[in-house]
Design a protein around this ligand. Structure first.
Ligand code: FAD
Ligand code: PYC
Length: 415
């Protein structure tokens, strides 16, 4: 794989940029692989990458029913933060956030991590108490956050109206090294690095069945034929229930659509990310100038990846009180992604009732920020057959045993 660099850019310019090679190969499936990952979203690709990088396992196929990064990874609003309440959550999200800091150098691909700062507004006294508690917990966990005053909120984000008639801003939970990244680039960077290690990324290859013998997985039936394997990682987000069903077990996960929209591009007016969870809205400005806006999940289970009018209306109505500047903005696009929600709003990184079949799901509305840490932990689980410290608490049996990791406040998005 050719290294991307300023020197390479200058060299390729001499031949009108005709010399660049494909970022990743488009192979035909082999008869069998040591490991199959189902789902080429960020989490599946990162799992494959760290299997290769940390454990030297490279006879790996990543199977994707559509195009890589075309699921939630390419549909999210790219917020990265690690201000979670419980210790096990803070550990994995902070691992992910810290890997994001150097991801572009690690992958030799510009993932455009922008630690511009994330604030979660406190607009009720209940939220003030909740976020102050999180700030204290984060201090003990080594996650750098602080609870800031309304005036500091205004200084950081001048377009914000802190004196709203219904919900004045009473403070905010601020993470200065949180921010955003470029979602497609994260998927593409991992894909290119996996391909360079000799792994096969098989797009348009839908898994239709999972085979096993004597309680151990043996392979997958796909739209490109049968492929044998000794180990499977299921990393399919909103479709986790269906794929788990193919393997013969049930998951405590439900699928709902989460929607987002962007405005027409405008001049730079906001260089932080703001989440206003009481009124159900969050906003940042993309590098192109569009205001990136999202609200809550649909109130019913579905698999549509479209947006709907009531979300535009509800989300903008909620945000206009806090951001009067957006009242005359035209909206350009809206869309939806199918998120996989667990009851405690925490993920599952786990062995399953089927031998050598592992599952990574339940990231729900908040898994973009977790991609590097999740891949790291899932690779360790799959390579060793047992979870390491990052994944230890996130097994699927915690729901049966009542060991919930409650992150309904930190999840941020209304469910
Ligand atoms: P995906 O990217 O969905 O990848 C799973 C892949 O599996 C898909 O490509 C799918 O096609 C494939 N697949 C499914 N079934 C099969 C099969 N049978 N065979 C083969 N392949 C299959 N998180 C944040 O941290 N910050 C945010 O700001 C944020 N905003 C969001 C906004 C929206 C509108 C949405 C929808 C989500 C948001 N999220 C956010 C959540 C985040 O996008 C997800 O948690 C994360 O992208 C999940 O990544 P993944 O790799 O697990 O799933
Ligand atoms: O997890 O930070 C988040 C998030 C913001 C919007 C959707 N998810």
């Amino acid at each position: 794989m050719k290294r991307y660099s300023a020197f390479a850019l200058a060299r390729e310019a001499l031949s009108n940029h005709m010399g660049w090679e494909r970022a990743w190969a488009a192979p035909q499936p082999k008869a069998a692989y040591d490991v199959i990952i189902i789902g080429a979203g960020g989490h599946g690709l990162a799992t494959a990458y760290y299997l290769g990088k940390n454990f030297g396992i490279t006879n790996v196929a990543i199977l994707e029913k559509g195009w890589l990064g075309g699921g939630n990874t390419g549909r999210n609003t790219t917020i990265i933060r690690s201000n979670y309440l419980q210790d096990s959550s803070a550990a994995i999200y902070e691992k992910a956030r810290s890997l994001y800091e150097t991801l572009s150098q690690d992958l030799n691909y510009n993932a455009m991590f922008s630690p511009r700062g994330v604030m979660m507004l406190a607009q009720t006294h209940h939220e003030v108490r909740g976020y102050q508690r999180t700030a204290h917990a984060n201090a003990l966990q080594g996650v750098v956050t602080e609870f800031i005053s309304p005036q500091r909120v205004k200084d950081l984000c001048p377009i914000l109206n802190i004196d709203g008639p219904r919900y004045p801003v009473l403070g905010a939970l601020w993470q200065a090294r949180g921010g955003t990244g470029r979602h497609d680039a994260v998927a593409w960077g991992y894909a290119r690095a996996c391909s360079a290690m000799g792994m096969d990324i098989l797009q348009n290859c839908e898994v239709k069945g999972i085979t096993s013998a004597n309680g151990m997985v043996t392979g997958v039936d796909t739209t490109k034929g049968y492929i044998g394997t000794k180990k499977i990682g299921i990393v399919v987000a909103g479709h986790s229930g269906q794929v788990a069903d193919m393997a013969g077990f049930r998951l405590p996960v439900e699928a709902v659509a989460l929607q987002a929209l962007v405005s027409e591009p405008i001049k730079p007016c906001m260089d932080v990310v703001v989440m206003a969870n009481t009124v159900h809205g969050y906003m940042s400005q993309s590098d192109k100038g569009e205001m990136v806006i999202g609200g809550g999940t649909d109130g019913f289970n579905n698999f549509t990846q479209r947006g709907s009018f009531h979300h535009i209306e509800e989300t903008l109505r909620a945000l206009i009180e806090t951001f009067p500047i957006i009242s005359r903005l035209k909206m350009l696009r809206q869309w939806g992604g199918i998120v996989d929600m667990t009851g405690d709003r925490s993920p599952i990184i786990s062995k399953t009732p089927v031998g050598n079949c592992f599952i990574n799901c339940g990231w729900g509305t908040g898994g973009f920020k977790a991609i590097p840490g999740s891949g790291w932990a899932m690779a360790e689980l799959m390579a060793k057959g047992e979870p390491g410290p990052l994944a230890a608490e996130f097994d699927m049996w915690r729901f049966k045993e009542g060991r919930f990791i409650d992150e309904s406040v930190a999840a941020g998005v209304a469910h």
